[in-house]
Design a protein around this ligand. Structure first.
Ligand SMILES: O=C(O)CCC(=O)C(=O)O
Ligand SMILES: [Fe+2]
Length: 299
Protein backbone atom coordinates (compact mmCIF):
# COMPACT_ATOMS: atom_id res chain seq x y z
CA UNK A 1 0.00 0.00 0.00
CA UNK A 2 1.06 3.58 -0.52
CA UNK A 3 -0.73 6.89 -0.11
CA UNK A 4 -1.91 7.17 -3.74
CA UNK A 5 -3.43 3.70 -3.56
CA UNK A 6 -5.03 4.28 -0.15
CA UNK A 7 -6.58 7.56 -1.28
CA UNK A 8 -7.86 6.00 -4.49
CA UNK A 9 -9.49 3.16 -2.50
CA UNK A 10 -11.15 5.71 -0.23
CA UNK A 11 -12.51 7.65 -3.20
CA UNK A 12 -10.20 10.66 -2.74
CA UNK A 13 -9.12 11.76 -6.19
CA UNK A 14 -5.96 13.80 -6.70
CA UNK A 15 -8.15 16.39 -8.45
CA UNK A 16 -10.40 16.64 -5.36
CA UNK A 17 -8.93 20.11 -4.93
CA UNK A 18 -9.14 22.57 -7.80
CA UNK A 19 -6.12 24.25 -9.42
CA UNK A 20 -7.18 27.44 -7.67
CA UNK A 21 -7.32 25.75 -4.24
CA UNK A 22 -3.87 24.23 -4.86
CA UNK A 23 -2.55 27.67 -5.81
CA UNK A 24 -4.06 29.17 -2.65
CA UNK A 25 -2.46 26.46 -0.52
CA UNK A 26 0.93 27.04 -2.14
CA UNK A 27 0.81 30.86 -2.22
CA UNK A 28 -1.38 31.82 0.74
CA UNK A 29 -0.99 28.75 2.97
CA UNK A 30 -4.71 27.87 3.18
CA UNK A 31 -7.99 27.44 1.27
CA UNK A 32 -11.65 26.87 2.14
CA UNK A 33 -13.77 24.05 0.67
CA UNK A 34 -17.41 24.97 1.19
CA UNK A 35 -20.19 22.46 1.87
CA UNK A 36 -17.98 19.38 1.74
CA UNK A 37 -19.82 17.34 4.37
CA UNK A 38 -23.59 16.80 4.01
CA UNK A 39 -26.02 18.02 6.65
CA UNK A 40 -26.60 14.42 7.76
CA UNK A 41 -22.87 13.76 8.17
CA UNK A 42 -22.31 17.07 9.96
CA UNK A 43 -25.29 16.52 12.30
CA UNK A 44 -24.05 13.06 13.20
CA UNK A 45 -20.51 14.24 13.98
CA UNK A 46 -21.84 17.20 15.99
CA UNK A 47 -24.06 15.01 18.13
CA UNK A 48 -21.14 12.65 18.75
CA UNK A 49 -19.05 15.66 19.79
CA UNK A 50 -21.73 16.48 22.39
CA UNK A 51 -22.03 12.89 23.60
CA UNK A 52 -18.27 12.53 24.06
CA UNK A 53 -17.97 15.93 25.75
CA UNK A 54 -20.53 14.69 28.32
CA UNK A 55 -18.38 11.64 28.99
CA UNK A 56 -15.06 13.47 29.24
CA UNK A 57 -16.00 16.74 30.95
CA UNK A 58 -12.96 18.44 32.49
CA UNK A 59 -10.64 15.83 30.98
CA UNK A 60 -11.64 16.40 27.36
CA UNK A 61 -8.48 16.78 25.29
CA UNK A 62 -6.28 15.08 27.92
CA UNK A 63 -4.35 13.00 25.39
CA UNK A 64 -2.85 16.21 23.91
CA UNK A 65 -3.73 19.11 26.19
CA UNK A 66 -6.63 20.66 28.02
CA UNK A 67 -7.25 24.31 27.13
CA UNK A 68 -9.06 26.49 29.69
CA UNK A 69 -12.06 28.23 28.06
CA UNK A 70 -12.09 25.97 25.02
CA UNK A 71 -13.41 22.47 25.73
CA UNK A 72 -11.57 19.94 23.59
CA UNK A 73 -11.57 16.26 22.63
CA UNK A 74 -8.70 14.19 21.26
CA UNK A 75 -8.09 10.67 19.95
CA UNK A 76 -11.41 10.84 18.12
CA UNK A 77 -10.89 8.02 15.60
CA UNK A 78 -10.95 5.62 18.52
CA UNK A 79 -14.03 7.11 20.14
CA UNK A 80 -16.76 6.97 17.51
CA UNK A 81 -17.33 5.48 14.04
CA UNK A 82 -19.02 8.81 13.16
CA UNK A 83 -15.52 10.17 12.51
CA UNK A 84 -14.43 7.37 10.14
CA UNK A 85 -15.59 9.57 7.26
CA UNK A 86 -12.79 12.01 8.09
CA UNK A 87 -10.45 9.45 6.48
CA UNK A 88 -12.15 10.32 3.19
CA UNK A 89 -12.16 14.09 3.76
CA UNK A 90 -10.99 14.85 0.23
CA UNK A 91 -9.98 18.53 0.59
CA UNK A 92 -7.66 17.77 3.52
CA UNK A 93 -6.28 14.50 2.20
CA UNK A 94 -5.70 15.69 -1.37
CA UNK A 95 -4.00 18.85 -0.05
CA UNK A 96 -1.86 16.78 2.33
CA UNK A 97 -0.79 14.36 -0.40
CA UNK A 98 0.02 17.30 -2.67
CA UNK A 99 2.17 19.03 -0.05
CA UNK A 100 3.63 16.11 1.90
CA UNK A 101 3.72 13.08 -0.43
CA UNK A 102 3.46 9.96 1.74
CA UNK A 103 1.13 10.70 4.66
CA UNK A 104 -0.51 9.32 7.78
CA UNK A 105 -2.96 10.81 10.23
CA UNK A 106 -1.40 13.24 12.69
CA UNK A 107 -4.43 13.73 14.96
CA UNK A 108 -8.17 14.21 15.08
CA UNK A 109 -9.10 16.66 17.83
CA UNK A 110 -12.08 18.95 18.43
CA UNK A 111 -12.49 22.35 20.02
CA UNK A 112 -15.36 24.63 21.05
CA UNK A 113 -14.36 28.06 22.49
CA UNK A 114 -16.77 29.35 25.15
CA UNK A 115 -18.30 32.81 25.23
CA UNK A 116 -15.66 35.49 25.78
CA UNK A 117 -12.84 32.92 25.67
CA UNK A 118 -10.70 30.99 23.19
CA UNK A 119 -8.29 33.68 21.97
CA UNK A 120 -5.11 31.79 21.16
CA UNK A 121 -1.63 33.06 20.42
CA UNK A 122 -0.78 33.19 16.76
CA UNK A 123 1.17 29.99 16.09
CA UNK A 124 2.45 27.46 13.62
CA UNK A 125 1.32 23.94 14.51
CA UNK A 126 4.70 22.44 13.60
CA UNK A 127 8.31 23.57 13.16
CA UNK A 128 10.25 23.53 9.90
CA UNK A 129 13.97 22.96 9.40
CA UNK A 130 14.25 23.81 5.68
CA UNK A 131 12.25 25.97 3.26
CA UNK A 132 10.06 23.13 1.99
CA UNK A 133 10.13 20.98 5.10
CA UNK A 134 6.32 20.91 5.29
CA UNK A 135 5.23 18.49 8.00
CA UNK A 136 1.52 18.79 8.60
CA UNK A 137 -1.65 19.87 6.80
CA UNK A 138 -4.35 20.80 9.29
CA UNK A 139 -8.02 21.43 8.68
CA UNK A 140 -11.00 22.85 10.49
CA UNK A 141 -14.12 20.77 9.80
CA UNK A 142 -16.96 23.08 10.79
CA UNK A 143 -19.72 21.30 12.72
CA UNK A 144 -21.50 24.62 13.34
CA UNK A 145 -21.49 27.73 11.18
CA UNK A 146 -18.17 29.45 11.93
CA UNK A 147 -18.65 33.22 11.87
CA UNK A 148 -16.72 36.36 12.68
CA UNK A 149 -18.54 36.41 16.03
CA UNK A 150 -18.22 32.88 17.41
CA UNK A 151 -14.45 32.38 17.39
CA UNK A 152 -13.39 31.83 13.78
CA UNK A 153 -9.83 30.66 13.15
CA UNK A 154 -7.56 33.51 12.04
CA UNK A 155 -4.78 33.00 9.48
CA UNK A 156 -2.00 35.22 8.15
CA UNK A 157 -1.76 34.77 4.35
CA UNK A 158 1.73 33.84 3.15
CA UNK A 159 3.08 33.22 6.67
CA UNK A 160 3.82 29.53 5.95
CA UNK A 161 7.05 30.84 4.39
CA UNK A 162 8.00 32.75 7.54
CA UNK A 163 9.73 31.65 10.74
CA UNK A 164 7.95 29.00 12.86
CA UNK A 165 5.97 30.76 15.57
CA UNK A 166 4.98 29.61 19.08
CA UNK A 167 4.93 25.92 18.12
CA UNK A 168 3.22 23.84 20.87
CA UNK A 169 5.87 21.62 22.48
CA UNK A 170 3.88 18.43 21.74
CA UNK A 171 4.52 19.07 18.03
CA UNK A 172 8.24 19.82 18.06
CA UNK A 173 9.27 16.22 17.25
CA UNK A 174 13.08 16.08 16.90
CA UNK A 175 13.46 19.88 16.64
CA UNK A 176 15.18 21.25 19.76
CA UNK A 177 15.45 24.88 18.82
CA UNK A 178 13.91 27.28 16.28
CA UNK A 179 16.47 29.59 14.70
CA UNK A 180 15.25 33.19 14.83
CA UNK A 181 17.14 35.83 12.80
CA UNK A 182 16.99 39.60 13.41
CA UNK A 183 14.88 39.78 10.21
CA UNK A 184 12.44 37.24 11.71
CA UNK A 185 12.24 39.27 14.92
CA UNK A 186 10.97 42.24 12.93
CA UNK A 187 7.87 40.39 11.75
CA UNK A 188 7.21 38.32 14.88
CA UNK A 189 4.31 39.80 16.87
CA UNK A 190 5.13 41.45 20.17
CA UNK A 191 1.74 40.44 21.52
CA UNK A 192 0.89 37.09 19.91
CA UNK A 193 -2.75 37.31 21.04
CA UNK A 194 -3.29 40.67 19.32
CA UNK A 195 -4.63 41.00 15.75
CA UNK A 196 -1.79 40.73 13.20
CA UNK A 197 -1.66 43.01 10.12
CA UNK A 198 -3.34 41.31 7.16
CA UNK A 199 -4.83 38.43 9.15
CA UNK A 200 -8.08 36.93 7.83
CA UNK A 201 -10.84 34.96 9.53
CA UNK A 202 -11.81 31.56 8.12
CA UNK A 203 -15.59 31.40 8.11
CA UNK A 204 -18.15 29.07 6.59
CA UNK A 205 -21.37 27.16 7.08
CA UNK A 206 -21.47 23.86 8.92
CA UNK A 207 -20.02 21.18 6.63
CA UNK A 208 -17.28 23.48 5.31
CA UNK A 209 -13.63 22.40 5.57
CA UNK A 210 -10.88 25.03 5.89
CA UNK A 211 -7.48 23.56 5.04
CA UNK A 212 -4.16 25.10 6.15
CA UNK A 213 -0.50 24.30 5.73
CA UNK A 214 0.31 23.50 9.39
CA UNK A 215 3.15 25.98 9.25
CA UNK A 216 0.86 28.93 8.43
CA UNK A 217 0.51 31.35 11.36
CA UNK A 218 -2.99 30.89 12.72
CA UNK A 219 -5.01 30.60 15.92
CA UNK A 220 -8.45 30.43 17.46
CA UNK A 221 -10.12 33.76 18.23
CA UNK A 222 -12.41 34.68 21.10
CA UNK A 223 -16.02 33.59 20.83
CA UNK A 224 -17.78 36.93 21.23
CA UNK A 225 -21.36 35.86 20.55
CA UNK A 226 -21.37 32.66 22.61
CA UNK A 227 -22.92 30.68 19.76
CA UNK A 228 -21.49 27.14 19.71
CA UNK A 229 -18.43 26.73 17.47
CA UNK A 230 -17.77 23.03 17.42
CA UNK A 231 -14.91 22.29 15.02
CA UNK A 232 -12.90 19.15 14.30
CA UNK A 233 -9.17 19.58 13.67
CA UNK A 234 -8.23 16.89 11.18
CA UNK A 235 -4.44 17.01 10.90
CA UNK A 236 -2.49 14.88 8.45
CA UNK A 237 1.28 14.48 8.80
CA UNK A 238 4.15 13.56 6.56
CA UNK A 239 4.62 9.84 7.07
CA UNK A 240 8.16 10.08 8.47
CA UNK A 241 7.06 12.56 11.17
CA UNK A 242 5.72 10.93 14.36
CA UNK A 243 1.96 11.19 14.79
CA UNK A 244 0.64 13.54 17.48
CA UNK A 245 -1.83 10.77 18.39
CA UNK A 246 0.20 7.59 17.95
CA UNK A 247 -2.70 5.46 16.80
CA UNK A 248 -0.94 2.19 17.65
CA UNK A 249 -0.76 3.26 21.30
CA UNK A 250 -4.43 4.28 21.46
CA UNK A 251 -5.89 1.59 19.23
CA UNK A 252 -9.27 0.13 20.22
CA UNK A 253 -10.43 -3.28 19.03
CA UNK A 254 -13.46 -1.57 17.52
CA UNK A 255 -11.42 0.78 15.30
CA UNK A 256 -9.16 -2.07 14.18
CA UNK A 257 -12.10 -4.32 13.33
CA UNK A 258 -14.12 -1.83 11.33
CA UNK A 259 -11.34 -0.28 9.20
CA UNK A 260 -10.28 -1.54 5.75
CA UNK A 261 -6.65 -1.77 4.58
CA UNK A 262 -6.62 1.76 3.13
CA UNK A 263 -7.93 3.25 6.39
CA UNK A 264 -5.42 1.20 8.38
CA UNK A 265 -2.63 2.50 6.13
CA UNK A 266 -3.65 6.13 6.72
CA UNK A 267 -4.02 5.55 10.47
CA UNK A 268 -0.67 3.72 10.43
CA UNK A 269 -2.12 0.73 12.31
CA UNK A 270 -1.44 -2.02 9.77
CA UNK A 271 -0.79 -5.25 11.67
CA UNK A 272 -1.13 -3.47 15.04
CA UNK A 273 -2.42 -5.15 18.19
CA UNK A 274 -5.43 -3.30 19.69
CA UNK A 275 -4.56 -2.04 23.17
CA UNK A 276 -7.95 -0.79 24.37
CA UNK A 277 -11.28 -2.54 24.82
CA UNK A 278 -14.31 -0.29 25.08
CA UNK A 279 -14.07 3.45 25.74
CA UNK A 280 -10.51 4.79 26.15
CA UNK A 281 -9.83 5.34 29.88
CA UNK A 282 -9.84 8.84 31.36
CA UNK A 283 -6.86 9.97 33.46
CA UNK A 284 -7.00 11.26 37.01
CA UNK A 285 -4.93 14.32 36.14
CA UNK A 286 -3.97 15.96 32.85
CA UNK A 287 -1.84 18.62 31.26
CA UNK A 288 -3.31 22.10 30.87
CA UNK A 289 -2.03 24.32 28.08
CA UNK A 290 -2.45 28.07 28.01
CA UNK A 291 -1.55 30.76 25.53
CA UNK A 292 0.71 32.38 28.12
CA UNK A 293 2.74 29.19 28.37
CA UNK A 294 3.36 29.11 24.61
CA UNK A 295 4.63 32.67 24.67
CA UNK A 296 6.86 32.04 27.72
CA UNK A 297 8.51 29.20 25.82
CA UNK A 298 8.97 31.36 22.76
CA UNK A 299 10.66 34.23 24.51
O1 LIG B 1 -9.91 25.96 16.83
C1 LIG B 1 -9.32 26.80 16.15
O2 LIG B 1 -9.88 27.77 15.62
C2 LIG B 1 -7.84 26.68 15.93
C3 LIG B 1 -7.19 25.89 17.02
C4 LIG B 1 -5.73 25.70 16.82
O3 LIG B 1 -5.12 26.23 15.94
C5 LIG B 1 -5.01 24.80 17.74
O4 LIG B 1 -5.54 24.43 18.78
O5 LIG B 1 -3.83 24.48 17.41
FE1 LIG C 1 -3.17 25.37 15.61
Amino acid sequence: MNTAEALDTLGVKTDAISDEQRRQLDDDGFFVAEAFFSKKATDEMRSEFDRLREIEGDFGGHEVHIEPGAPRLSNLFNKSPAFDRCLACAPTLAAAHHLLGEIHTYSLNARNPLQGQGQQVLHSDVPRTAPDDWRVVNSMIMLDDMTEENGATRVVPGSHRWVSLNVPDVNMAEVKHIEVTPEDRKIMPEDAEAPYPGELLLTGEAGTVAVINGHTWHGGTANRSGAPRRVLHLAIGRRDIPQQSVERDFLTDSLYERTNDAMKYLLDIEGAEPKIRGYPPLPTEARVWTAAEAVDKAS
